[in-house]
Design a protein around this ligand. Structure first.
Ligand code: FES
Length: 90
């Protein structure tokens, strides 16, 4: 059973994987739960270590990101998908 209002599809293009994200937790956690090796340090949006390319869709930040990111980059440690998204992890 899936509740579409609480679950978003996260396609990780670089890993050819699709992960389900449950609302209420950082995107980083969903990626870790799927055994995706992603770098992180602060987990609070200021170090930039988790920087990830957003290919499609939108995210919303639970904490305003302080690290510098490009227009097509997101910080998975402090955001959640607002739509189904596609990302690429270097
Ligand atoms: S882990 Fe530091 S900005 Fe995401």
């Amino acid at each position: 059973m899936s509740d579409h209002s609480n679950s978003r599809s996260v396609k990780v293009i670089s890993h050819q994987l699709e992960v389900q994200h449950q609302a209420g937790e950082p995107l980083l956690l969903s990626l870790e739960n799927a055994q995706i090796n992603i770098q992180y340090h602060c987990r609070e949006g200021y170090c930039g270590a988790c920087r990830t390319r957003l290919i499609k869709g939108n995210v919303e930040y639970t904490t305003a990101p302080l690290a510098f990111i490009d227009d097509d980059e997101i910080l998975p440690c402090c955001c959640e998908p607002a739509t189904d998204i596609e990302i690429s992890i270097e």
